[in-house]
Ligand binder design. Structure first.
Ligand code: SF4
Ligand code: SF4
Length: 95
């Protein structure tokens, strides 16, 4: 399923989406995230699953525009470290 973490305000929509079906639980996104806002946990949306998937930690969900800001490439041919690290392409950002 698509798990969305973030918020919207007058300036835009700021969501990180994790496709938990695509995710293979490798943990690379959490490893490369400089401020460590991603954490692997038991799938919060599927209590029967033993698979671990990343989420954005609660304390960061209302400020990811700012926390992720330093990762946002000026050069649009480049991408954020979490997205770059994810081989199955399970992570997207809305902005
Ligand atoms: S953009 Fe940077 S700070 Fe935001 S989740 Fe990805 S690696 Fe972490
Ligand atoms: S890098 Fe991708 S596949 Fe690996 S844990 Fe993160 S979201 Fe899942």
């Amino acid at each position: 399923m698509l798990a969305n973490y973030g918020y919207k305000d007058g300036s835009g929509e700021y969501f990180i989406t994790i496709d938990t079906d695509k995710c293979d639980s490798c943990g690379k996104c959490a490893e490369v995230c400089p401020p460590k806002i991603l954490a692997l946990v038991a799938d919060p949306f599927d209590p029967l699953s033993e698979k671990e998937v990343p989420l954005v930690i609660e304390a960061e969900r209302k400020k990811i525009k700012y926390t992720c800001g330093p990762c946002k490439p000026v050069d649009k041919s480049k991408t954020e470290p979490c997205i770059e690290a994810c081989e199955p392409c399970a992570i997207t950002h809305s902005w």
